[in-house]
Design a protein around this ligand. Structure first.
Ligand SMILES: [Zn+2]
Length: 363
């Protein structure tokens, strides 16, 4: 029941290949958003300049009233055009993600087989030979994951249009200070509108990253279910880096039953599921298992320079942890989210503070 160096090397390759698929979709969505805004920007510049001029004439240099804005034909037209563009972008988000899913899930299932094979005694054969010998996740099971993810993505992307359009309308009504330079005021307004429009992109990127990684984990899970005879469970693997959050660090290395899906980290999370085989003796080999090679997250963290520790934890969380008032495991909390799966998120500092105040129960 150990993860060896070769398993870790394969897990790294797996992650980089899966992230490559995710990155190609996020790059393409970003480019589509930029192009769509480019098409809208002249229309908005003209509409906003009208509003600035109306404010300068009618309202003692105040931004036009809500009623004036609603009567401003060019602004309403630009808002309608933005809504249409966002509707198309939301559809594109679903299509681009769905197009990657069959390849992505197929690869994830193959990688899982390799990760399992890498833990078998060398006398059994090479990882490549063994990978072929394992039972495969069925095509039907993988197709089911693709269909379910496609539906999920559609449901999640659907509100993106309304949210971004209503953010733009809010910006428009809130207005900007007009001052003496109408061009500068118009520029500020167009910039605010662009931020509202790009709020839709932020949501689309989160959906792409989260749902594509989840689909690859579901494919790994399915591969595991086809090989439960040799598996003891799976371990949660986070990237040990200063950009990794306290929740993922606390989950790193934890052991889970093989029939448990996951890892279910937070949105945009990139933790991996690493299958762990039964001990060699349990598999019928008279051999000792190799040393476990998965690094310990706490030991890694304790070795970091203090400035990096603060960067990861923030000063107060770090103080609570190093003074022993909260434990490493307290850093992560399971959150239930309506219409989405449960997730492990960073425990807020105020909750840690409360925990630290409550004395530990001793029996
Ligand atoms: Zn995290």
């Amino acid at each position: 029941m150990t993860i060896n160096d070769s398993t870790l090397r394969l897990a790294r390759q797996m992650r980089s290949q899966i992230e490559g698929h995710v990155d190609s979709v996020t790059r393409s969505l970003t480019a589509a958003w930029v192009a769509a805004w480019d098409d809208l920007t002249d229309q908005w510049a003209a509409a906003v300049y009208d509003l600035v001029a109306a404010g300068a004439m009618g309202n003692d240099g105040e931004w036009p009233s809500r009623g004036q804005i609603i009567r401003a034909a060019r602004a309403m037209h630009a808002l309608g055009a933005s809504r249409s563009a966002l509707t198309e972008l939301a559809e594109l988000t679903g299509q681009q993600i769905a197009a990657e899913l069959p390849v992505l899930t197929g690869k994830a299932a193959q990688w899982e087989a390799r990760l399992i094979a890498s833990q078998m005694p060398p006398t059994m054969g090479t990882t490549a030979e063994l990978t072929l010998a394992f039972d495969r996740a069925g095509d039907d099971a993988l197709r089911w994951i693709v269909d379910r993810t496609t539906q999920q993505v559609t449901v999640l992307a659907w509100p993106l249009t309304d949210e971004a359009t209503s953010n733009m309308a809010t910006q428009l009504i809130r207005g900007v200070a007009l001052g003496h330079n109408p061009r500068a005021a118009a520029r500020r307004m167009v910039h605010n509108l662009e931020s509202g429009f790009n709020g839709g992109l932020a949501r689309a990127l989160t959906i792409a990253r989260t749902e594509m990684i989840d689909a690859s984990r579901a494919a790994s899970f399915t591969q595991d279910q086809a090989n439960t005879d040799v598996l003891a469970g799976w371990r949660w693997q986070a990237t040990l880096s200063v950009r990794t959050c306290p929740s993922c660090l606390a989950m790193h290395g934890t052991v889970h039953p093989i029939d448990e899906p996951g890892p279910w980290d937070h949105q945009n999370g990139r933790c991996a599921r690493v299958p762990v085989t039964k001990s060699w003796r349990d598999l019928g080999f008279d051999l000792d298992d190799p040393e476990d090679a998965l690094p310990d997250a706490r030991a890694w963290f304790d070795d970091l320079p203090q400035k990096d520790q603060v960067k990861i934890m923030g000063p107060e969380r770090l103080d609570l942890l190093t003074s022993g008032r909260v434990s490493w495991d307290d850093l992560t909390t399971r959150r239930e989210t309506p219409a989405w799966r449960p997730s492990q998120v960073v425990t807020p500092v105020r909750d840690l503070r409360d925990q630290a105040r409550t004395p530990a129960v001793t029996v």
